[in-house]
Design a protein around this ligand. Structure first.
Ligand code: PGA
Length: 223
């Protein structure tokens, strides 16, 4: 069973989110939760509508947030605490390279975020860039996403992905591993037969509901 996680980044208005879930609702018979576990991670303003649409149409996907505050609920202007997300999402993406690069997020901050998410009972998808990364206690899923592969159309070499994931796996055996970086319907095939890859974190190709469902179908045929 593969995991297919959508990282929408700063895309989609509330209306566009509703439209995406309307397509999923129409095609939900094609979503096979027993072979592909789909996780959709919209921006914060879209989470409520995403949750409501999923419930209303009984769409078998999980929801995730793209970030969380390193602090508990309190006086932290602009931040969203893990306890505020508890009723909305099952997963949180933490430590994406765009957060590290554009917002100067450092390891100690990422570790604090992981702790907040775990204390709130949420599952953590930790993004890492190489095999030397530290995987903090409680992390459920690690997404290996080399910066050179993100949004460039040039995914990492499958042999390199296998090398990095097996190195991480030998240090952190109880974690599920995803690959991310320019995964789309043209590039996914080369990764499907790699045993270490438990699924994919998808940016650009997750924004269109049909192309995301197509990826789910491709995962399904090889699992
Ligand atoms: P991409 O992004 O699929 O657009 O390369 C992946 C990610 O940043 O999670």
């Amino acid at each position: 069973m593969k995991i297919l996680a959508a990282n929408w980044k700063s895309h989609k208005t509330i209306t566009e989110t509703k439209d995406f879930f309307a397509v999923l609702a129409e095609r939900k018979a094609h979503i096979l939760p027993s072979s592909v576990h789909m996780i959709i991670c919209p921006s914060f303003p879209s989470l409520v509508i995403a949750r409501d649409e999923m419930k209303k149409h009984e769409i078998p996907v999980a929801l995730g947030a793209q970030d969380v505050s390193p602090f508990p609920e309190g006086a932290y202007t602009g931040e969203v605490a893990a306890t505020q997300l508890q009723d909305l999402v099952e997963y949180i993406i933490i430590g994406h390279s765009e957060r590290r690069d554009y917002f100067e997020e450092l390891d100690h901050m990422i570790e604090m975020k992981v702790k907040q998410a775990k204390d709130a009972g949420l599952k953590v998808i930790l993004c890492v860039q190489d095999e030397d990364a530290t995987v903090y206690d409680g992390v459920d899923i690690v997404a290996y996403e080399p910066v050179s592969a993100i949004g460039t159309g040039n995914p990492d070499d499958p042999e390199n992905v296998q090398r990095v994931l097996s190195a991480l796996q030998s240090r952190y055996p109880s974690v599920t591993y995803l690959y991310g970086g320019s995964v789309n319907s043209n590039t996914i095939a080369q990764f499907l037969s790699i045993n270490e890859i438990g699924g994919f974190l998808v940016g650009g190709a997750s924004l269109d509901a049909d192309s995301f469902l197509q990826l789910a179908e491709l995962c399904d045929t090889k699992s």
